[in-house]
Design a protein around this ligand. Structure first.
Ligand code: BGC
Length: 416
């Protein structure tokens, strides 16, 4: 029903002509934390330097659920923003509804097909045509650790799941909160998917989160993943429920917790706090996932415009997004790596270089590169929502791992 309404609006040409100034680009995004805000400010400046007006439309809420809700209501009222931070399969969903503008000419003029790896450009295209511009590639399966906290407690930073629980016990015995967690569905799902990767490996991850293969979903490996996930709960503090991800990061920054499991947008917070990787904080693959890469590509999709001036501003912004200058500055602030693989990486730190190496190696070998479920890369928003619900309910109840496995398989089937 909702889809039909949206499609009717997009097709009938009844979109309300907004009385905006020529050359304005309104951008809906959820980049509101310290590191995120510094990153998007770069694009605003570049758009303004190009002579256009930037209308900021920030909707707070990590992971973007709030932003998506607002986007839908703006689209239903026939007044979508010029551009929105949407990604993964959502791009296809909006493309199918007929809302998105073609970036074909900009892409061709600027050789996007040559400078972007296929794993990125595939996501940006709808029926073979570019409709979104990628700003970065985030790696999700990271662990952020405060080395001083580990050292003071005499504990080694873990590299496997087994070591993780041993370290967590030792940290707790030393009076430290081992894991900084924010109890929000998308953050639960972010940790859960890293555990699925650690327990089952990349092929299993794909079977579960991309293919939704019944035998993988109902397997003992899945039960094991839920069991491991439940253990996280023993090592988080009482303030975790509802906590925003960047508040959890600041616990690690301030030494109030030893580690956080989060994608490398967390690095943007360490950078904004003037901390140096290697000495002030440590980035390591989520325990048990070294050499694997869960990707999350941020992108700005462009909505059809009613005036030539606004379309021009929008196309200019798309061009700027792919410029080496933007890709460098934005990603230095954001914690991610550039979407272009032909960039000079000399200004990037050791975490970014490790990320780039693993990204390229996994893309080339075809082994270990997996799309993030928690960040909309692996499946539809409906299936993702069903996974979020089950994972969060499990985490916040006494549901057994066996029941969670059965329920997850059922929920995914129903949502497909
Ligand atoms: C986005 C990141 C963002 C993070 C926290 C992720 O889904 O891809 O760009 O920083 O959510 O809001």
């Amino acid at each position: 029903m909702f889809k039909k309404t949206l499609m009717a609006i997009a097709m009938s040409g009844t979109m309300v002509a907004t009385s905006v100034q020529a050359g304005e680009v309104e951008v809906l995004h959820w980049w509101t934390s310290g590191g995120e805000a510094r990153s998007i400010a770069v694009l605003k400046q570049m758009v303004e330097d190009a002579g256009h007006t930037w209308k900021d439309f920030a909707v707070a809420g990590g992971g973007g659920e709030n932003a998506y809700t607002v986007l839908r209501s703006r689209a239903v009222s026939g007044n979508p923003p010029a551009s929105a931070q949407i990604k993964g399969l959502e791009i296809q969903e909006w493309g199918d509804l007929g809302f998105l503008a073609s970036l074909g000419q900009v892409a061709e003029r600027n050789n996007w097909d040559d400078v972007l790896p296929a794993v990125v450009s595939d996501v940006m295209k709808h029926r073979g045509e570019y409709v979104a511009a990628p700003v970065n590639v985030h790696r999700v399966n990271w662990m952020w650790a405060n080395p001083a906290v580990f050292e003071n407690a005499g504990v080694s930073i873990p590299t496997t799941l087994e070591e993780l629980w041993t370290a967590a016990d030792q940290l707790q015995a030393a009076g430290v909160t081992p894991i900084a967690h924010g109890g929000q569905p998308w953050q639960d799902a972010t940790t859960f998917e890293s555990i699925v990767l650690a327990v089952g490996g990349a092929d299993f991850f794909n079977d579960v989160f991309v293919e939704h293969n019944a035998s993988a979903l109902e397997s003992d490996t899945m039960i094991q993943a839920f069991r491991e996930f439940r253990k996280v709960k023993d090592y988080i503090d009482r303030g975790a429920p509802g906590r925003d991800w960047n508040v959890a990061t600041s616990m690690v920054i301030r030494g109030e917790a030893a580690m956080q499991f989060m994608g490398d947008w967390a690095k943007g917070e360490f950078t904004a706090a003037n901390m140096q990787p290697g000495s002030d904080y440590v980035c390591m693959a989520f325990p048990g996932t070294e050499g694997e890469f869960t990707f999350n590509i941020d992108s700005l999709a462009m909505f059809k415009q009613r005036t030539a001036a606004n379309s021009e501003a929008q196309l200019k912004m798309a061009e700027l997004v792919l410029s080496p200058e933007f890709q460098e500055t934005f990603n230095l602030n954001k914690g991610s790596i550039p979407a272009r693989t032909d960039m000079d990486m000399s200004k990037f730190d050791s975490c970014a270089l490790a990320s780039m190496d693993t990204f390229i190696a996994t893309a080339e070998s075809g082994q270990g590169l997996v799309p993030s479920m928690a960040h909309g890369m692996s499946t539809t928003s409906t299936v993702q929502g069903a996974i979020y619900d089950t994972v969060t309910e499990f985490f916040n109840s006494n549901m057994s791992a066996e029941d969670a496995t059965t329920r997850l398989a059922r929920a995914i089937r129903a949502a497909q």
